[in-house]
Ligand binder design. Structure first.
Ligand code: SF4
Length: 365
């Protein structure tokens, strides 16, 4: 069974920390994008069946309901084991929630990022903690209880106390799934570029240090575990049985197919990607060309570690792996970044904080 990812890169505002190929685009482009996306999905074959769907973005919660229904009708397998829609708080309404359920959606991921007003104001987000609380009540009232909340560690102005406040909200709202992301500081976001330049805009001067971000993450791991929401992947935490079935495909290297701009696909042997920008995606469709841009063979040996070690359960090594990667495994076990459990290896708490360093060694081995 494959998982389907659908990209809808349209947003009401461009958040300062966002480094995705999403944003505010002309209405005409959004309409044409909807037509191109629907056509790409309707003309695809879904051999082998579909068991999960994930609508990401962007803000797919703002997608016209007729378009959402048209797209989901073209995908076989309903009711899917899991069908998630990402939402920006402030876009959830009773009409939308009811329509999502009728279209087959059974899981909602809320891009909350923070429950603290002064942090949200600097990100460009327009919601408040009260809005999130009301929308979660609305979703639960409609029967949508499989909910995820995203938080970001490292936002400008974040302190130990404000981070605790966001985690207190998680305890109060008790979602079964939480994602904690570290702020990515790179030139692809306005905030990231400002931090790199040592500037002041977007609160860049007030961004917490790397050590503070690591401490926020560790606090979250402890607090969430105490709430019965343990970590199952570096950035993901769930009550047992509520792990994201779709996202597990990425880390367990099972097939998924992406539709729309910048969507990635993997068929078990090859990986490919659609053109990154919404405008290019529409232009290709106008010219009758495929949206597919890059394609490469997957390197199963490297990916097994690079992707699999993200999971708390770790990776079951074969005799061949233990021979090929003997040196980095031994070194990281000795330095306390990896632990062994029979043939299985997994990141320690310290290893999670330095995971990129560990992954790099497996790519270079
Ligand atoms: S963070 Fe989400 S809502 Fe904000 S610009 Fe990026 S994709 Fe859009």
């Amino acid at each position: 069974m494959t998982g389907i990812y659908i990209s809808y890169p349209f947003c009401a505002q461009k958040c300062t920390y966002c480094n995705f190929a999403s944003g505010v685009f002309p209405r005409a482009l959004e309409e044409k994008y909807g037509q191109a996306l629907s056509a790409e999905i309707r003309t695809s074959s879904f051999a082998g069946g579909v068991d999960t769907v994930y609508l990401g973005g962007g803000t797919p919660s703002a997608m016209p309901l007729e378009l959402l229904d048209e797209i989901l009708r073209a995908i076989p397998g309903r009711p899917w084991r899991e069908a998630t829609i990402e939402t920006a708080p402030g876009t959830v309404t009773l009409e939308r929630a009811r329509a999502w359920i009728l279209s087959g959606i059974n899981r909602v991921s809320l891009g909350v990022q923070s429950f603290v007003q002064h942090e949200l104001a600097r990100t460009g987000r327009r919601h408040s903690a009260a809005v999130v609380e009301a929308e979660i009540a609305l979703l639960r009232g409609c029967g949508l209880s499989n909910l995820n909340i995203d938080l970001i560690a490292g936002l400008p102005g974040q302190t130990e106390a404000s981070w605790r406040e966001s985690l207190d909200w998680i305890e109060k709202l008790a979602p079964p799934h939480v994602s904690i992301y570290m702020l990515e500081v790179d030139e692809d976001s306005r905030l990231g570029a400002e931090i790199l330049l040592g500037g002041k805009r977007y609160g860049a001067f007030d961004a917490p240090s790397d050590d503070m971000c690591a401490a926020f993450y560790e606090t979250a791991v402890e607090r969430l575990r105490g709430m019965g929401i343990p970590r199952y992947e570096i950035s993901n935490f769930a009550r047992p049985g509520w792990e994201s079935i779709h996202n597990l495909k990425y880390w367990q290297r099972t097939p998924y197919t992406g539709f729309g701009a910048d969507a990635h696909s993997f068929d078990g042997a090859r990986r490919w990607q659609n053109v990154e920008s919404a405008a290019d995606y529409v232009a290709r469709w106008d010219r009758g060309e495929s949206a597919r841009e890059e394609s490469s063979d997957a390197n199963a040996g490297e990916e097994k570690f690079f992707v699999g070690l993200r999971l708390s359960e770790g990776v079951e090594t074969s005799a061949e792996d233990r021979k090929q990667y003997a040196e980095p495994i031994e070194r990281f076990v000795e330095s306390g970044l990896l632990e062994r459990d029979g043939a299985r290896i997994r990141l320690t708490n310290q290893g999670v904080l330095l995971s990129n360093e560990v992954f790099q060694e497996f790519l270079n081995a």
